[in-house]
Design a protein around this ligand. Sequence first.
Ligand code: G1P
Length: 290
Amino acid sequence: MTETINIAVFPVAGFGTRFLPVTKASPKEMLPVVDKPLIQYAVEEAYAAGIRTMVFVTGRNKWSITEHYDVAYELENELEQRGKDEFLKIVREIKPGDMQVVYIRQELALGLGHAVLCARPIVRDRPFAVLLADDLLYNDGKPVMQQMVEVYNKHQQGVLGVQEVPQEHTKRYGIITEGARINEQVCTVEAIVEKPDPADAPSREAVIGRYILPGQIMGILADTKPGAGGEIQLTDAIEALVKEKTLLAYRYEGTRYDCGDKLGYLQANVEMGLRHPELGEGFAEYLAQR
Ligand code: G1P
């Protein structure tokens, strides 16, 4: 039986320590890139891939994410009364009518694997996507999750989004060992290891914050012990999974901004600002003059 991907999990409970002080009271997922919060880019990417159930695994201090995806009745009413249709449209487009949002509370920050496991009551045994909002992926044609869903649909196997990184950066990512190459962009995953030292890294193919996983991963996560950094790692569960089931790595088409890092975040703002339909031209002029 073929299954479609209709659920996306967004782990949003992290402290955002690297962005202090701004993340002391505000979630890092609500940091704006130009005029939209990071979480909205990720949700829009999932929606464009046909996904309609968005599961936020949330924690303390994250109420503004919930507000962002709620109906802002007073605001909408005010905009309607004043005939500000353009703004009303912007507000209403955040959550299209056919999109369902589910919130699950991760009470303890035990790691990415634990966050994903928290979504088990919703996901059950179905295949699902995971999107990490601090990886902002830009493609002016087909959004990356849509590309990955197409790979999934074709092969009916889980898919990890990967990109080649410099050797000295392997310590920041899950790094895969390539198995059989299917085509230039797709190969099977032989093994995966979380954040290896450059000297020990099996390759430079790094997992970025986009995954399509079989529901089976949930049972594995439930048995996964803390790994790197003392956290329950999604990577460790994937390593156990690939011993049982074929998983694919997909070199996506697009540009990634690491918005979990202050420099990457600034780069995202500059480049998305330059691409912005209303601001781009003026912003480019400003940058050229200074
Ligand atoms: C997480 C994962 C890592 C992955 C990375 C992608 O790490 O644990 O395997 O490569 O996301 O952004 P984090 O960036 O949360 O430390």
